[in-house]
Design a protein around this ligand. Structure first.
Ligand SMILES: C[S@@+](CC[C@H](N)C(=O)[O-])C[C@H]1O[C@@H](n2cnc3c(N)ncnc32)[C@H](O)[C@@H]1O
Length: 218
């Protein structure tokens, strides 16, 4: 897959031969892996952990859900960092490629918006270049806000109390970015945003989130 100026269109750019192209693209692999490694660093960011000194994290016993794992580039990085990982994706075409690369990873075919996971199962949640697609079929802002809120609420339910979420995504504009941020704030999270190019309206954005203490939800 050649490097694109435009954002991919969901689901067309991830099905049939496009899933093949995605999987074979060296640029995409490099990009996804670099973003995931950065997300792992952010997971233990001192702003989220409140620790003065950064301890090397002991990751072996920690379960991370990779939300929108695609063909598994991000999953591979998480496994190499020592986490127990479950990769989750809505498209069989993408998930099948992850399975063919590695027969031993845990994969679930599911929608991020309706995760079939039990209460407080995850130590941490990571999502790389996927969260901007979860509202792809909602045209009205009202519908988008409703879905973003119910998804944030479900992520709050799945995540352990001291868990963190790192989302790397590509909001299409400031309004969409704001909607996503507010969905987390209204559903018991607090956190930070990191933008590599702060003057860019859309573009690569990281949200670093943790459960808010003292709101009655913990
Ligand atoms: C750019 S790919 C990123 C994949 C992955 N991070 C990687 O390393 O290859 C975006 C992925 O998000 C998935 N996706 C989009 N909407 C989704 C949803 N609602 N639930 C689960 N996965 C979704 C797509 O199927 C696609 O595989």
């Amino acid at each position: 897959m050649p490097r694109k100026k435009q954002l991919p269109i969901f689901p067309y750019d991830f099905i049939n031969e496009k899933a093949d192209e995605y999987e074979k693209s060296k640029w995409m692999e490099r990009n996804q892996k670099r973003a995931t490694q950065l997300a792992v660093q952010y997971l233990f960011d001192t702003k989220l952990t409140n620790e003065k000194e950064k301890e090397p994290p002991f990751t072996e016993s920690l379960l991370v859900l990779d939300l929108g794992c695609g063909t598994g580039f991000s999953t591979e990085v998480l496994i190499n960092n020592g986490f127990k990982v479950i990769g989750i994706d809505i498209l069989p075409d993408m998930l099948l490629k992850a399975r063919l690369k590695n027969a031993n990873i845990d994969l679930i075919l599911a929608d991020i918006n309706y995760l079939p996971m039990r209460h407080k199962i995850a130590d941490h949640l990571i999502s790389i270049s996927s969260y901007n697609f979860i509202i792809h079929d909602k045209d009205q802002n009202r519908e988008r806000i409703k879905l973003l809120n119910s998804t944030a609420q479900s992520l709050h339910n799945i995540l352990k109390n001291k868990g963190h979420i790192v989302i790397e995504f590509y909001p299409k504009d400031d309004q969409e970015l704001q909607m996503v941020i507010e969905s987390f704030i209204h559903n018991g999270f607090e956190g930070y945003m990191v933008k590599n190019k702060p003057n860019q309206k859309s573009g690569q954005t990281f949200l670093l989130l943790r459960k808010r203490v003292g709101n009655g939800k913990l």
